[in-house]
Design a protein around this ligand. Structure first.
Ligand SMILES: [Zn+2]
Length: 260
C-alpha cells in the first residue's frame, strides 16, 4: 500500500499496486464462434466459423486409463478380507486422475489459444447428458463419465476461456452426431468407428461432422472448411499439424469440407 497526495483533491489517496497478467487483459479480436463435440475416442472435435477444424485424439489416453483401472481391480481382488484399499491402490487412483487432469488442462489451454488466434469469442460445448442414455452404448457411456469427466472438462474450458475474454455456452447437441450434413437424415446414417456414412453417398469423420452440424445449428457458417488439424498427446503437449484424419481423403484443402 502506498500513499499519494492528490493536489487537486487536496487529500491523500491510498494506492494498492495490483499486478494484472497480460492474459487477463485479453479480448477476442473478432466475434467468431466455435462448436465442440466432446467424446471418448476423440476427446474433442471442433469446428470454427473461420473454417478451422481440430481433432484431439483420445484413444491412447483412454487405453492407459483402462489399463490402470484393470490393475486397480486386480489388486483389489488380492486384498485380504475386510480391506478395501491399499497404499498401492490409492497411488494408482491418484496417478490415473493426475494423468487425466494434466491432459485435460493442457487440452483446454491448447484449444483456447488456437481459438483465440482465430478471433473466436463464443464457444459452444454440447451437453451430452441428454443423449447418453438413449443411443450411446454402455461402454461409451462409462468412458465419457469416468474417464473424460465431462463437467470437470467444461469447467476447465470455461476458466481458461475467461482468461482470454471468451465465453463458453453449453447447448444441447442431441442428434448432431447422427445427422447427415448432406441430406439431413438422422435415421438412415450409420456410424462405424470414426466414419459416418449415409445412403445419399455421404461419408465423413463422424465427430468432425458432428461439431460442424452443431455449429451450423448455433450460427451461420459461410466459409469453406480447411484441412482438419489432428492433435496427439505425448504426456506433455498436444501437438499436431494439418493432415487428413483417418478415413478422410482431401484432394484440395482450400475447398474441402468434412468428408466432401
Ligand atoms: Zn445423407
Amino acid at each position: 500500500m502506498e500513499l499519494f497526495y492528490d493536489e487537486q483533491a487536496q487529500s491523500f489517496r491510498a494506492f494498492q499496486p495490483v499486478t494484472v497478467g497480460d492474459s487477463r487483459l485479453a479480448q477476442p479480436l473478432a466475434s467468431e464462434e466455435a462448436a465442440l463435440d466432446i467424446g471418448a475416442n476423440n476427446l474433442v472435435a471442433c469446428t470454427t466459423t473461420t473454417g478451422q477444424q481440430y481433432l484431439y485424439e483420445g484413444r491412447d489416453l483412454f487405453d492407459r486409463f483402462r489399463e490402470t483401472t484393470r490393475e486397480i481391480a486386480r489388486l483389489q481382488s488380492l486384498l485380504e478380507d475386510g480391506r478395501y484399499s491399499s497404499h498401492r491402490i490409492r497411488r494408482l487412483y491418484d496417478r490415473r486422475t493426475k494423468r487425466r487432469d494434466h491432459a485435460q488442462d493442457a487440452l483446454a489451454r491448447n484449444l483456447i489459444e488456437r481459438l483465440y488466434d482465430e478471433g473466436v469469442s463464443t464457444v459452444y460445448a454440447g451437453a451430452l447428458t441428454d443423449v447418453l442414455d438413449t443411443h450411446w452404448s454402455v461402454e461409451t457411456n462409462a468412458k465419457t463419465h469416468n474417464f473424460w469427466a465431462f463437467r470437470a472438462f467444461v469447467n476447465r474450458l470455461a476458466c481458461t476461456a475467461e482468461e482470454y475474454g471468451m465465453s463458453v455456452e453449453v447447448r444441447s447437441e442431441a442428434w448432431t452426431s447422427q445427422e447427415c450434413p448432406n441430406c439431413g437424415s438422422t435415421a438412415e446414417t450409420t456410424r462405424h468407428r470414426d466414419t459416418l456414412t449415409c445412403p445419399c453417398g455421404f461419408e465423413g469423420h463422424a465427430d468432425l461432422v458432428a461439431s460442424e452440424t452443431f455449429l451450423r445449428r448455433q450460427t451461420t457458417v459461410t466459409r469453406p472448411m480447411a484441412r482438419p488439424v489432428c492433435l496427439k498427446w505425448d504426456d506433455h503437449n498436444w501437438s499436431g499439424s494439418p493432415r487428413s484424419v483417418p478415413n478422410e481423403e482431401h484432394t484440395n484443402p482450400q475447398v474441402a469440407s468434412v468428408g466432401r
